[in-house]
Design a protein around this ligand. Structure first.
Ligand code: NAI
Length: 242
């Protein structure tokens, strides 16, 4: 379905990003996996994609919070793959804390990675998308961005900001054949969330379980293929934000 396309997945060395990279590869896409520092983990994801699905896959270390580094990395990906049709902005961090105690750096770090990081990547990929009049951008937001969450004012603001970014980019680039959507995952079991067996929030999930990275990857694959869908925010949350 995505044969001959190339996808960039930021934060693809583990968790949701790794699952998305593997899912897109299973549909035939070549993948450029960006990670913050764990090159070996990103390379292992690439190896799994190449071996299982015969696609091209390469790892890149890049801090998405840096305008200059993302520019260089997108240029390197263009040199390696020719062009890119799919961009998944998945890299994200948390630095949770109560508002009254939150440091300026905890707020800035989270916004710089989660929100500005997506802007940087879209900004640097836009020329490729515009030239080919084809592009699909998927931003990984969160139900925290839809509902807010006590102890996460920085994270929720960054994830709500991603939704505004998504809809603006969708409106601006739709006439050029470029789509932009967001996914709002709920409570997904990854390194970011850890073991949550006893978390009372679990009882509030209508489907009665935490999500899996593969549940989010399936939604990303849908959005990568859904040619008439843009500006959408797709909840993948077991119904918690209903
Ligand atoms: P994770 O912590 O397992 O993986 C995060 C990935 O982002 C890693 O590959 C890391 O290298 C990368 N990353 C972090 N900072 C970076 C930077 N400055 N530059 C480049 N890469 C960077 O997290 P997880 O759980 O897989 O989350 C992935 C995305 O999904 C995040 O944006 C997160 O906010 C979002 N999300 C996760 C939920 C969950 O319950 N796990 C729920 C809702 C949203």
């Amino acid at each position: 379905m995505l044969k001959g396309k190339t996808a960039i997945v930021t934060g693809g060395s583990r968790g949701i990003g790794a699952a998305i990279a593997e899912k897109l590869a299973s549909l035939g896409a070549n993948v450029a996996v960006i990670c913050a520092g764990n090159r070996a983990a990103a390379e292992a994801v690439c190896e799994r994609c190449a071996q299982a699905y015969g696609v091209q896959a390469r790892a890149y270390v890049c801090n998405v919070a840096s305008f200059a580094e993302t520019k260089e990395t997108v240029a390197a990906i263009k040199a390696d793959f020719g062009t890119v049709q799919i961009l998944v902005n998945n890299a994200g961090i948390t630095r949770d804390g109560l508002l009254a105690m939150m440091s300026e750096s905890a707020f800035d770090d989270v916004v710089d990675t989660n929100l500005k990081g997506a802007f940087h990547m879209i900004r640097h990929c836009a020329a490729m998308f515009l030239r080919s009049r084809e592009g699909c951008i998927i931003n990984i937001s969160s139900v925290s961005g839809l509902m807010g969450n006590a102890g996460q004012c920085n994270y929720a603001a960054s994830k709500a900001g991603l939704i505004g970014l998504t809809k603006s980019v969708a409106k601006e680039l739709a006439p050029k054949g470029i789509r932009c959507n967001a996914i709002a995952p709920g409570f997904i079991r990854t390194d970011m969330t850890g073991d949550q067996e006893n978390n009372p929030l679990l009882a509030m999930i209508p489907l009665g379980r935490m999500g899996r990275a593969e549940d989010v990857a399936q939604a990303a694959a849908y959005l990568a293929c859904a040619q008439y869908v843009t500006g959408e925010v797709l909840r993948v949350d077991g119904g918690i934000a209903m």
